[in-house]
Design a protein around this ligand. Structure first.
Ligand code: HPA
Ligand code: ZN
Length: 332
């Protein structure tokens, strides 16, 4: 296969996205429109200035701007429009199944009700399911820089919306906020039949990945790129085929690796890890799923077989039924 056909293959194949923060799909244009409509101040004069500010030195510097941006979201209609815009990107990129994160505490701590947030997101995804067959799961993330006690309160609110929320995850500032801080919280989530995932090993050490597996009972590790520093961990992840939702463009923007050329994704694939490619916060990191696949393929010289493995892995690692997984995988 030559390069052009790999490109076509990437664009045309059905795929699943498993690591996407819906608040991270807020494009500057939409941010400005919502700021105006809702009469909210944002720290940028214009769209170009916002784009220039998207020059991050690490996760923390990104989160500061990401939480600022989210302040323009006030009403159910805003969350609906945000999610609908992402659903249209899914259609464009041939994403047929998506498992999205949302961060309720980012909104409830500004006085927005949980219902407004979840209803706006859910209604948009339902519309996409009805209109073009996009299937989805919603995963609620706890903000790990907050206390476990505060997170228990948001878990209680999520219980009311158990019909819409499939699982819980853990995001925000990783360093200094290890998974073990949330052991009791995740135990309660599991008791209430939420599946669990967690960001671990994005910037943080392999120890955080071990903790997420052992203490939080996670079914997937979000990012997990630091696992290669620990041979025993690699062996465990590989034996169990624990999915790792890697986000290459995010890792470059947040300086986890200097250049895409230096990314360890190919090494992870060669170690038979269950790796997938995802876009994380595409409005801030320079591209949606296909762009992540296309740029990573070029930088790491991934073969047709590697890309096929990554796309198959996206379905294998999803929370779809075994039957639906097979159906999609047969179409690749
Ligand atoms: N890491 C941690 N928290 C986040 C991220 C991320 O990549 N994106 C949005 N919240
Ligand atoms: Zn993330």
């Amino acid at each position: 296969m030559n390069n052009i056909s790999i490109l076509e293959f990437i664009k045309k194949s059905p795929k699943a996205e498993l690591h996407l923060h819906i608040e991270g799909t807020l494009e500057p244009e939409q941010m400005f429109a919502l700021a105006k409509r809702n009469n909210v101040q944002i720290p940028f004069k214009n769209i170009n200035e916002a784009k220039k500010a998207y020059n991050f030195s690490n996760l923390e510097s990104f989160l500061k701007i990401y939480y600022e941006g989210a302040k323009v979201l006030l009403k159910e209609k805003d969350f609906f429009e945000l999610t609908w815009a992402y659903a249209l990107k899914c259609k464009e990129d041939n994403i047929v199944h998506t498992e999205i994160f949302f961060d309720p505490q980012t909104h409830t701590n500004r006085g927005i009700s949980f219902d407004i947030v979840i209803n706006g997101i859910y209604k948009a995804l339902k519309k996409a399911e009805n209109e073009f067959g996009l299937s989805f799961k919603i995963i609620m993330c706890f903000l790990r820089h907050l206390s476990e006690e505060e997170c228990f309160k948001i878990l209680d609110q999520a219980l009311v919306h158990k019909d819409k929320i499939f699982g819980v995850g853990l995001d925000s500032s990783e360093m200094g906020n290890p998974p073990k801080k949330f052991e009791k919280l995740f135990k309660k989530a599991v008791e209430n039949n939420f599946i669990t995932v967690a960001h671990a090993g994005e910037e943080g050490p392999p120890e955080y990945i071990w903790e997420a597996l052992k203490l939080l009972n996670v079914k997937r590790i979000d990012h997990g790129v630091q696992c290669l520093k620990d041979e025993k961990l690699v062996e465990k992840l590989s034996t169990n085929q624990t999915p790792l939702t890697v986000c290459p463009l995010s890792n470059i923007k947040l300086k986890v690796f200097d250049k895409l050329y230096d990314h360890n994704l190919k090494k992870m694939l060669d170690k038979k890890l269950m790796v997938t490619i995802n876009s994380d916060d595409p409005a801030y990191f320079g591209g949606y799923l296909n762009q992540n696949l296309i740029e990573t393929q070029a930088a790491l010289n991934l073969s047709f077989k590697d890309i096929k493995t990554l796309l198959i892995n996206s379905f294998k690692s999803s929370f779809l039924s075994e039957e639906r997984k097979k159906e999609y995988i047969n179409k690749i």
